[in-house]
Design a protein around this ligand. Structure first.
Ligand code: ZN
Length: 315
């Protein structure tokens, strides 16, 4: 029994580490229906049309209709499977040039985010839950409270330096607070965009901590960004699975992944992606969290400072 499990584990590990294998070229002769070229293989070497192109059947209608949403593409289910069971290895393969077997990461993120929001919305609708943003704001509550405190302090400081009435200060503070609130709401309703903005900032931090690794060698910032986009999709897929399970104990489900699961996912992703030892990966992840928090907070404070300058100038 134990030997059997060991055997399966060994095979699983082998599957994880091996890049997707492209099926061999077929010997069958094809004549391209588009340009008339005769050739061996799946695609016409002259114009790129698939050898499978033929008169339309109901199957084609379905496949083409699904293709609008990317679901007709065989690689989307593969992306999901690989992102769940060999995320880091898959991303490393993709970065090294195994592009064709996988669905493009940006398109995937938008599809995954849209689907997730749509399904949680439907579920909430059936439970009669009004879709408020309360649960999502909790995640960033501590960041928000620090930013608010800094912003209000800065407005107050300005009131000492400048001979302005209390009324003006209040208006300025209100403008700033409304501005922050509006920004938060906008980011909330454009989840895919806010994930991308966050990932740009996070990618920079991750790149600083992991740019030289055993598996990928010298990494560029763009490559790190592509990796982050894949990881975002993975986290949303995990959130979706967690959401479905949480329906068992929470009314209407929980649409955010618990922090320990997110951290574990990141740890496994980075371990497989960069090929450092476990301890080195954990250490670098710690550095990453500290660096990213510091970096994103600094940027937020700078952004608020600029907003404040604009508001001041408008008086
Ligand atoms: Zn052709």
């Amino acid at each position: 029994m134990i030997n059997l499990i060991k055997e399966y584990w060994k095979r699983f590990r082998h599957w994880q580490r091996t890049p997707y294998e492209v099926p061999p070229l077929s010997d069958t002769q094809h004549v391209c229906l588009n340009c008339g070229e005769s050739f061996n293989g799946q695609f016409c070497p002259r114009c790129g049309q698939s050898a499978k192109a033929a008169r339309f059947t109901p199957k084609h209608v379905l496949a083409n209709a699904l293709d609008v949403w990317g679901a007709g593409n065989r690689s989307m289910p593969r992306n999901i499977l690989h992102l769940l069971f060999k995320p880091g290895y898959m991303i490393a393969d993709y970065l090294k040039g195994h592009r064709q077997p996988y669905f493009p990461p940006f398109k995937m993120l938008f599809i995954v985010v849209t689907t997730f929001i749509f399904i949680t919305y439907i579920v909430h609708y059936f439970y009669g839950i009004k879709d408020d943003t309360q649960t999502r704001e909790i995640q960033f509550e501590w960041v928000g409270s620090i930013i608010n405190a800094v912003a209000i302090n800065m407005v107050n400081d300005q009131s000492i330096d400048l001979p302005v009435s209390n009324n003006t200060v209040n208006t300025r503070r209100q403008k700033l607070v409304t501005g922050i609130h509006n920004t938060q709401q906008w980011l909330d309703s454009h989840r895919a965009v806010s994930i991308l903005i966050f990932q740009v900032l996070f990618a920079f931090s991750a790149w600083v901590c992991f740019r030289n690794s055993p598996r990928l060698g010298k990494l560029t910032l763009s490559e790190q960004f592509f990796a982050q986009v894949f990881i975002s999709s993975q986290i949303i897929i995990l959130s979706f699975i967690y959401f479905l399970f949480s329906l068992l104990w929470a009314r209407g489900g929980i649409d955010t992944l618990p922090t320990p699961i997110t951290m574990a996912a990141y740890l496994i992703d980075y371990k497989q992606l960069y090929g450092f030892s476990w301890w080195k990966t954990i250490w670098r992840n710690l550095k990453l969290v500290i660096f990213a928090t510091f970096f994103i907070l600094t940027l937020s404070i700078v952004a608020i400072f600029i907003a404040l300058m604009v508001i001041m100038a408008s008086f």
